[in-house]
Design a protein around this ligand. Structure first.
Ligand code: SAH
Ligand code: SF4
Length: 399
């Protein structure tokens, strides 16, 4: 296979301290992974194969997680050969590097067909936020944090991903492929093991809406993960929320609120100038909730910026206006290089939570996962750049 060789530094947390990473270079193959049954039927028709062959191919792609077209022996050999000659391949994204945290979290660099990498995180036994809220996560639950774009255009001031800018959207296959690559690594058995998905990795899912929702449908209908175990987080892309409200099959919704009023929110999330909090609340209220479903509001606590009790009071009043079943996940800001923020002291975090609870709002403090390997919220950055910064930026000793 054609490869580009990139030298990498050996560093703590690396599973396999080899010094060379082979990344596939761009080539003209057409991945089948990511296509739904209808799309597979269309392709197979060109090869005069019957529709049930598409089902067999789906089974191999999404249930058996085959990596090699030639190994899909349910299809006749000549069909496999003709598909390969026409340039089709399975195209399941593969893990090229693993960083393992002391807390069991793993961060992966997963390669795409054009030689880019995306970042995906595995959190054994839930992600803290989903576990601590009584939502039913059990002993063996694990959570996969999935990226929707390479980089992000939204430019939130506290987020390391924002520093990349937007590099490109991921395809449906690349989004669903992250999940399957990680399931495969951990020998997960769908049906036996409980897997939660959070679309909270790199990127803004609602700015890559169609591919993101195509991936959700593949994950629900083909891979077999229940939509009730999926949560998507948005920075507040109002047209995306309105489309999402109409979806028959969809994850649960989380909103990155992060501030109690427009002034503070504008200063940390410039997108507030396009859609202010009132527009955001109006859109969120249009999402029809299923029985027992709650909206999540995420609130990243930035020391001295949005973590005072008067902010908690404002959040309390604001969320009363939402008038829907909801909870708040408080996230202590995860530091990054050259970011002009501080982590709030623990007593301020506890005080903020207590004040929200006084307002009758279920509020939970999300346990940071994998900070030592830059896997925590807002810390996902691209391969090479992340490496440079990891060594240049010493983490606080308290982590
Ligand atoms: N783009 C989407 C989803 C990815 S970000 C969104 O913004 O909602 C997932 C969560 O991480 C968001 O709630 C975001 O506010 C939070 N986040 C970003 N940077 C962070 C940081 N440095 N520390 C803690 N949380 C952060
Ligand atoms: Fe993008 Fe979310 Fe980071 Fe904001 S917090 S820059 S929307 S990834």
């Amino acid at each position: 296979m054609l490869t580009i060789r990139i030298g990498v530094a050996v560093m703590p947390g690396r599973e396999n301290p080899i010094s060379i990473l082979d990344v596939p270079a761009t080539r003209q193959t057409q991945p089948l992974f990511g296509l739904n049954n209808q799309q597979l039927i269309k392709i197979l028709q060109q090869f005069k194969a019957s529709a049930y062959r598409a089902r067999q191919l789906s089974q191999a792609l999404y249930r058996e997680w085959s990596e090699d077209l030639d190994a899909v022996t349910t299809l006749p050999k000549d069909l496999r050969e003709r598909l390969a000659q026409a340039g089709y391949c399975i195209g399941l994204p593969s893990i090229v590097e693993t960083f393992r945290s002391v807390d069991g979290t793993e961060r992966y660099l997963i390669s795409t067909n054009d030689g880019q990498t995306v970042e995906t995180v595995w959190m054994p036994e839930g992600d803290g936020g989903e576990r601590g809220d009584g939502s039913g996560a059990g002993y063996h639950d694990s959570t996969i944090c999935v990226s929707s774009q390479i980089g992000c255009a939204v430019n939130c001031q506290f987020c390391l991903t924002a520093k990349l800018g937007i590099i490109r959207n991921l395809t449906a296959g690349e989004i669903a492929g992250q999940v399957v690559a990680v399931l495969k690594r951990h020998n997960v058995q769908i049906g036996r093991d409980r897997i939660n998905l959070v679309f909270m990795g790199m990127g803004e899912p609602f700015l890559n809406y169609d591919a993101f929702m195509d991936a959700v449908r593949l994950l629900v209908h083909e891979v077999g993960i229940a939509e009730s175990r999926m949560t998507v987080s948005t920075s507040g892309i109002v047209p995306g929320i309105l489309r999402f409200a109409e979806e028959p099959v969809r994850p649960k919704l989380a909103i990155s609120l992060n501030a109690s009023n427009d002034k503070v929110r504008e200063s940390i999330m410039p997108i507030t100038r396009k859609w202010d909090i009132q527009h955001l609340v109006d859109a969120v209220r249009k999402v029809p909730l299923r029985p027992k479903e709650k909206l999540t509001f995420e609130y990243v606590l930035l020391g001295g910026v949005n973590d005072q009790l008067l902010h908690a009071d404002e959040v309390g009043r604001l969320l009363r206006r939402v008038d829907r079943p909801l909870k708040v996940n408080l996230i202590v800001w995860n530091p990054g290089p050259q970011m002009p923020y501080d982590m709030p002291p623990p007593e301020r975090v506890a005080g903020f939570q207590a004040r929200l609870r006084q307002h009758g709002i279920p509020a939970f403090i999300r346990r940071p996962r994998g900070r030592d390997i830059y896997a925590a919220c807002g810390q996902l950055k691209r391969t090479v750049a992340a490496k440079t910064n990891l060594s240049a930026f010493p983490l606080p000793e308290s982590l």
